[in-house]
Design a protein around this ligand. Structure first.
Ligand code: SAM
Length: 242
């Protein structure tokens, strides 16, 4: 999968050289390139922002550098991902959707955001497959870079071969519509807290049943909205606990 990230702070994306994303880049599984938007400016100050039409606080990112960035990077298979608080809430389902795309171009906004015409123009370009506006959550960040990190990491780890053990993907929170059960490792007793007996029993059916029941209980307690969504038509089937 190819991912281009355009930002005015390329160093913000440095963590993508570490750990599993770093390995995926080294192995060629993830062709990830980070670009400085200012490469596509032509004035002495490398200006990327200007005052908003209509007045108001803050600055708006100018369309010209973004237009040139897309001219340089877009292909007919490109999905332009625009982090914005006004976008589709990011979820595992959306990560799975984006993971099927061959090329993501993540456009990191700053200031009051990107001139709307950049998005409208991108959506109409023949060399752009789609524009997906994505919100990381109902809060405001300083820029799209933190959202880009989250989106790229969640999408990259779904690429076949990214995880050493693909089974660990299937068992994670949100994969079956539920939160994951609590997990434990050695020692069996630590500071007066014991690992639940069933996990030491060796009875795999009992362990699976306990884990499913814990997942359901946690989800009901912490995220009842997920259970409601799972029981809607087209939602994920939630099996009754045994
Ligand atoms: N004025 C904008 C608004 O109220 O929607 C917020 C601009 S914010 C200070 C600057 C940039 O941070 C946005 O253009 C977007 O790229 C990014 N951003 C902020 N919050 C975000 C969120 N919840 N999800 C995704 N991106 C976000």
């Amino acid at each position: 999968m190819r991912v281009d990230i355009v930002t005015i702070f390329p160093a913000y994306l440095d963590p993508l050289t570490l750990s599993l994303p770093g390995k995926a880049r080294e192995s060629g599984l993830l062709d990830l390139r980070v670009h400085d938007l200012r490469e596509w400016t032509h004035d002495r100050h490398r200006t990327v922002d200007d005052t908003p039409y209509g007045g108001g606080a803050g600055m708006v990112m100018k369309p010209e550098p973004w237009g040139e960035a897309l001219d340089a990077l877009a292909t007919p298979n490109t999905t332009v991902v625009v982090p914005t608080p006004a976008g589709r809430p990011f979820s595992q389902a959306l990560a799975r959707e984006l993971a099927t795309r061959p090329h993501l171009l993540v456009a990191c906004g700053r200031y009051e955001g990107i001139d709307q015409r950049v998005l409208d123009h991108a959506a109409a370009r023949p060399d752009v497959a789609e524009v997906v506006e994505v919100s990381l959550g109902d809060y405001v960040l300083n820029g799209g870079e933190v959202a880009a990190l989250a989106i790229v990491e969640a999408v990259a780890r779904l690429q076949p071969g990214f995880m050493g053990n693909a089974a660990s993907l299937a068992e994670e929170s949100h994969e079956d519509g539920l939160l994951e059960y609590p997990v434990y490792t050695k020692p069996a007793s630590w500071r007066g807290h014991d690992v639940p007996d069933v996990l030491l029993s060796g009875d795999h059916a009992a362990i699976a049943s306990w884990r499913h029941e814990q997942s359901q209980r946690r989800t009901a307690e912490r995220r009842p909205d997920l259970l409601a969504a799972a029981s809607l038509p087209g939602g994920v089937e939630v099996r009754p606990s045994v």
